[in-house]
Write a protein that binds this ligand. Structure first.
Ligand code: HEC
Ligand code: HEC
Ligand code: HEC
Ligand code: HEC
Ligand code: HEC
Ligand code: HEC
Ligand code: HEC
Ligand code: HEC
Ligand code: HEC
Length: 256
């Protein structure tokens, strides 16, 4: 009788330990669990409307393999109890996802974006330059980029592609974006000034600092022959157009 009681007590104890370990692991694997942390609210909201909404937190945030699972559990168990006893902690239970986690599902590398405009040699950046997926895809799940998409933005590329460490030529990345139709005419250089109100020049040219200014410090082809005498006609015709390069009327006033 007494021996049975001891055995039952032991079995009960073992069960209790198993539950005490299994419950936190099971709980922390459920996405809903993370609602308990108010600080994660915005991340959760974005995740529910992202392409990856049906993929659980652990799929991305737990390193694949047994080691990854143990390391996650070692963090999850104390975090679970501390959350119950002391309320939500501000330190993150989940760290940024590793490349290996993304590669569980995304096994092939694309070299061109779905839009067709953008060249992005994934293999070179991931395997040769050893970059993490989340370095470029930081807005994939939990936030939107400035334009309201989950895609990587050009700024991220330009941190390396500054013309020094890596190329900053538009055509190396863009297959279509480089030259708008307006630029096709032979007289573009003569008429581009008048187009400034019609098209958003900054959208493309602000990426190259000093793009407009560099040219405007050079003497244009119109200034040929005896320009000192010849400028009168064009000056009347162009009006304020002359002032873009001359920085205002002060220049003209030096003689007039
Ligand atoms: C498809 C993959 C994916 C899924 C699914 C996912 N995340 Fe993330 N998570 C990321 C990426 C990429 C980052 C890094 C960029 C960032 O900080 O937003 C990140 C970052 C985080 C961070 C910040 C980690 C740090 O230390 O920088 C937390 C916390 C987080 N995720 C929580 C969650 C929770 C909670 C869920 C489930 C509701 C979840 N994530 C689901 C991809 C994912
Ligand atoms: C459990 C599987 C799984 C994991 C892990 C996963 N993804 Fe995905 N991913 C998908 C599925 C499924 C889609 C939708 C594919 C489709 O619609 O063609 C997708 C779509 C995408 C897209 C294109 C859609 C979009 O939102 O622009 C990108 C980019 C992407 N994943 C990157 C990543 C990165 C980076 C990681 C690692 C942080 C990751 N994924 C982790 C399954 C996964
Ligand atoms: C150097 C930056 C960079 C890195 C690093 C990077 N990506 Fe991308 N990825 C991009 C860009 C840019 C796009 C194109 C987005 C667009 O405009 O649609 C893209 C598109 C994708 C797509 C969607 C295209 C498709 O196949 O439908 C997937 C999936 C993807 N990346 C997964 C990954 C994974 C997984 C990793 C890590 C192994 C990774 N990326 C690393 C920049 C990067
Ligand atoms: C960590 C730095 C880094 C980041 C960030 C980065 N790249 Fe690169 N990229 C390189 C290096 C280094 C090379 C090889 C040197 C070169 O071609 O100038 C390269 C090469 C390339 C090439 C081939 C260029 C050629 O000459 O044909 C393309 C296309 C490219 N990157 C696109 C991108 C895009 C798109 C992004 C952003 C989504 C990006 N890269 C972000 C470092 C980076
Ligand atoms: C290293 C690669 C790379 C180079 C070099 C590059 N771009 Fe981009 N560009 C991108 C990426 C990535 C995006 C974001 C793609 C998306 O949103 O679909 C982008 C987006 C854009 C956009 C869309 C609007 C915006 O503000 O995001 C314009 C316009 C643009 N690029 C023009 C240019 C011009 C002009 C140059 C040359 C001065 C240039 N790009 C050079 C990678 C590059
Ligand atoms: C390749 C050199 C070059 C670049 C780059 C350049 N310009 Fe010009 N710009 C000129 C020349 C040359 C003229 C004078 C044209 C003429 O008089 O024949 C001019 C004239 C102008 C005028 C006066 C037009 C008129 O006569 O009424 C404006 C405005 C102007 N540019 C705006 C811009 C802006 C904005 C940018 C940058 C987005 C820019 N330019 C970039 C060479 C350039
Ligand atoms: C969609 C992108 C885009 C827009 C918008 C754009 N440009 Fe350009 N522009 C380019 C590219 C790409 C080049 C050629 C690449 C280079 O020289 O860096 C160029 C070249 C030029 C040149 C030099 C032409 C030459 O013969 O050397 C001038 C001048 C110019 N742009 C003025 C303007 C003005 C003014 C506007 C606004 C009315 C404008 N651009 C809008 C992309 C754009
Ligand atoms: C693309 C830029 C640009 C535009 C547009 C431009 N200029 Fe100039 N201009 C210059 C430069 C550069 C000089 C040389 C300044 C110097 O040597 O200090 C110059 C010099 C001059 C001079 C001094 C005489 C000389 O021969 O050195 C006059 C006068 C002049 N410009 C008038 C005009 C008038 C009038 C217009 C409009 C029809 C005009 N400019 C449009 C760039 C421009
Ligand atoms: C280097 C001195 C010099 C500068 C700088 C100069 N001009 Fe003149 N400008 C003259 C001279 C000299 C004449 C008389 C030419 C003649 O004899 O036909 C003249 C004539 C003119 C005329 C004809 C009417 C008149 O008053 O006689 C106009 C209009 C004119 N300039 C406009 C401009 C404008 C606009 C600028 C600034 C963009 C400018 N000029 C800068 C020297 C200059």
């Amino acid at each position: 009788m007494r021996r049975r009681l001891v055995i039952w007590a032991l079995v009960g104890l073992v069960l209790l330990v198993v539950v005490a370990i299994a419950l936190p692991i099971f709980s922390t694997l459920q996405p809903g669990y993370y609602r308990r942390y108010p600080a994660l609210g915005p991340r959760m909201d974005h995740w529910t409307v992202s392409t990856h909404a049906r993929i659980t937190c652990g799929e991305c945030h737990i390193e694949p393999g047994v080691g990854g699972f143990f390391s996650f559990s070692a963090h999850a168990i104390p975090a679970f109890y501390s959350q119950i006893l002391q309320g939500p902690d501000t330190t993150n239970l989940l760290g940024a996802p590793s490349r290996a986690a993304c590669r569980k599902c995304h096994t092939s590398y694309r070299a061109v974006a779905p839009s067709g405009d953008l060249l992005i040699p994934h293999k070179a950046h991931v395997e040769i330059l050893n970059m993490e997926c989340s370095a470029c895809h930081k807005d994939l799940v939990h936030s939107l980029n400035r334009h309201g998409f989950n895609r990587p933005e050009m700024e991220i590329c330009l941190t390396c592609h500054d013309g020094d460490a890596a190329t900053d030529e538009c055509v190396k990345c863009h297959t279509r974006k480089q030259t708008p139709a307006s630029h096709a005419g032979k007289d573009w250089l003569q008429i581009h000034g008048r187009a400034t109100g019609l098209e958003d020049c900054a959208q493309c040219h602000d990426w190259t600092p000093g793009y407009c200014a560099e040219c405007h410090e050079k003497r244009p082809e119109s200034h040929v022959g005896n320009w000192k005498k010849g400028h009168a006609g064009p000056a009347v015709e162009r009006g304020d157009g002359c002032l873009v390069c001359h920085g205002g009327e002060e220049f003209c006033n030096t003689c007039h």
